[in-house]
Design a protein around this ligand. Structure first.
Ligand code: ZN
Length: 225
């Protein structure tokens, strides 16, 4: 059974600013397939590396849009797991808490986390391909992708594709920027949460209740433990 090390407990108790990094593992525990696992059924024939690029979108925007629609469907069926919920609770107990995630599924926010830096964007948000501004609503004409109501250009998911820079809004604003947090300069405790990727081979089984967080912890002021 996983036990939380005493050193982590005392570090969390005394930290005033905690930064946590999460990646695909915590989403996998909610049943969201990782990027590479995601290709099943109709989409198995496609390489995600060839769908998640600006070039792929320019070449075949309909195909890329429909792929994201399918992935949004997968995400919408997933629920936050105890790992997400624990981080949302931790945020309430710490003076300053920054959650930095590579995940695009929004599960941290659905679990209640507020200060979330989405390094790779959010699959449920849409932006204009040309203008790179977030678009909240548009006319549903049946086009895939739909058109930007501002400029008539194509809409795309607001995620970071291969070859693209990290979003400015994730790197700026009133909070310490993600690079600063990652640089370990502005916080006391840096927690990298890894959730065991070993899931049931039967994908249909709910996995959320079996989430077992693994903590990889660096106390930046007193070395690694
Ligand atoms: Zn536009």
């Amino acid at each position: 059974m996983f036990t939380i090390p005493d050193s982590l407990i005392s570090a969390v108790r005394t930290a005033r600013h905690i930064a946590v990094l999460t990646g695909a593992g915590i989403s996998a525990e909610s049943g969201v397939p990782t990027f590479r696992e995601a290709q099943t059924g109709l989409w198995a024939q496609y390489d995600p590396l060839e769908l998640a690029t600006p070039e792929a979108f320019r070449r075949n925007p309909k195909l890329v849009w429909q792929w994201y629609e399918w992935r949004r469907g997968l995400v919408s069926k997933a629920q936050p797991n105890p790992g997400h919920l624990a981080l949302a609770q931790l945020e309430l107990k710490v003076e300053r808490f920054t959650l930095i995630t590579q995940n695009v599924d929004g599960l941290h926010q659905r679990a209640g986390s507020r200060n979330v830096v989405e390094l790779h964007g959010n699959i449920n948000r849409t932006k204009c391909f040309d203008e790179e501004v977030v678009i909240e609503s548009w006319a549903e004409t049946g086009d895939a992708p739909p058109r930007c109501p501002r400029c008539g250009g194509l809409l795309r998911p607001d995620v970071v594709w291969f070859g693209e820079a990290l979003p400015r809004q994730a790197l700026a604003g009133g909070q310490p920027t993600a690079p600063d947090v990652v640089d370990h300069r502005l916080h006391d405790l840096h927690v990298q949460l890894r959730v065991r990727a070993a899931r049931s081979r039967q994908r249909q089984r709910p996995v959320a209740l079996r989430a077992r967080p693994h903590w990889s912890v660096k106390n930046l002021h007193s070395g690694t433990f």
